[in-house]
Write a protein that binds this ligand. Structure first.
Ligand code: ADP
Ligand code: MG
Length: 355
């Protein structure tokens, strides 16, 4: 196993004016070349985590390592400029009175002029803007400014690149393209990066690994597939993608729900009440009855372009409350609100949570 490029060990941070910690006992290890995305709601501690790594904040306890070197602990403190960390700020923070070329070579003052020139042209080619060295930041579009900010951060060949909500100032139309660009640039330079977002789609599309942060705690560290298909907490199930939680009871054969038996092992004793998580794509709707299909009424139909999103209500069940489920369905055969239809639920991939 290669040495992790970034390692947090039991890091804690509480700001002096507050009694709630911004980062709590956080441990995380990121291998070389990984694009790690920190995902969490607003105020969950994402920016604080980046600032601790960059050296703009000091942890109360814990240790942080970069390439095996301890950069902060109760005994150690490596100053921000000596950490080999590049940062792209949310507003890019380009120097307005300097040209693109001067911005990009700003952190290269220790190199000979010929090497600075070489790096500059390499960086401009990397960001696909070879001819803008003499332009000023205000002459560039938002997307171009962001690429220049990336080039400036990458020019000194940092060990780690940090990006805080890098797409929040980019037009929605351009965001997809900029995500692809950022990923291409990071991969082609083998840069280990930590990118912060509160947008779950962005995290899933971009990340090699996602760190889910909630109230300063790391709730899960996994691939986008792990996070979506195997969330470890109810918070993650609700925060990432659409999910439904149904009541269930543990039996010897699995977990019994109102929509069938989920053939999954639960650590809880037989008879324990639990929650079963379903995703809309596990629910299939059909106009005609068939074996194992349950009768439901379409309560809501929404066209999402290419597919319909439905909310259906289970008709015959013995729970006290109405049981509503969500389903997505190809647009070819739309169902109508109020229509009686039939539902089959694939419970193989359902997840069980203790309630
Ligand atoms: P996020 O980036 O996930 O939105 P932050 O890391 O900015 O979250 O903030 C986490 C918590 O720490 C919030 O409650 C925020 O108000 C608090 N916080 C952040 N920075 C400071 C600061 N400099 N002083 C006091 N409280 C802060
Ligand atoms: Mg933030």
């Amino acid at each position: 196993m290669a040495l992790p490029t970034i390692e947090f060990r039991n890091v804690n941070k509480t700001f002096s004016q507050r009694d709630i910690p911004a980062v709590r006992d956080l441990s995380l290890s990121i291998s070389p070349g990984t694009l790690a995305v920190v995902l969490g709601p607003s105020g969950s501690g994402k920016t604080t985590l980046l600032r601790l790594l960059a050296g703009f904040e000091r942890p109360d306890s814990g240790e942080i390592f970069v390439n095996g070197q301890c950069i902060v602990s109760p005994q150690e403190w490596v100053s921000p400029e000596k950490r080999g960390i590049g940062m792209v700020f949310q507003d890019y923070a380009l120097f307005p009175h300097l040209t693109v070329g001067q911005n990009i070579t700003f952190g290269l003052k220790d190199l000979p002029a010929s090497e600075q020139e070489k790096r500059l042209h390499k960086m401009l080619r990397l960001i696909n803007l070879p001819n803008i060295a003499h332009a000023y930041p205000h002459e560039l579009s938002g997307g171009q400014q962001q690429r220049v900010a990336m080039a400036r951060a990458l020019a000194p060949h940092p060990k780690v690149l940090l990006m805080d909500e890098p797409f929040s100032n980019i037009d929605p139309d351009l965001r997809q393209h900029m995500r692809d660009e950022v990923k291409r640039i990071l991969k082609s330079t083998h840069t280990t990066a930590l990118l912060v977002t509160h947008d779950q789609r962005e995290a899933i599309e971009l990340a090699d690994y996602i760190a889910i942060i909630n109230e300063g705690r790391l709730e899960q560290w996994g691939t986008p597939q792990d996070i979506y298909c195997r969330p470890v907490t109810v918070f993650i199930a609700n925060f990432v993608g659409r999910s439904m939680l149904l009541p269930g009871v543990v039996t010897e054969k699995g977990v019994q729900t109102q929509v069938g038996l989920a053939p999954i092992h639960s650590e809880n004793a037989v008879g324990t009440k639990v929650k079963v998580m379903l995703r809309p794509e596990m629910v299939q709707l059909q106009a005609e009855p068939s074996a194992n299909a349950l009768a439901v009424r379409v309560m809501q139909a929404r066209y999402w372009g290419g597919e319909y999103h439905y909310v259906v209500q289970l008709l015959h069940h013995n729970a006290d409350e109405d049981l509503l489920l969500q389903a997505t369905h190809p647009a070819a055969t739309p169902l109508q609100e109020g229509q009686l239809v039939y539902m089959r639920v694939n419970l193989q991939e359902a997840r069980v949570f203790s309630s």
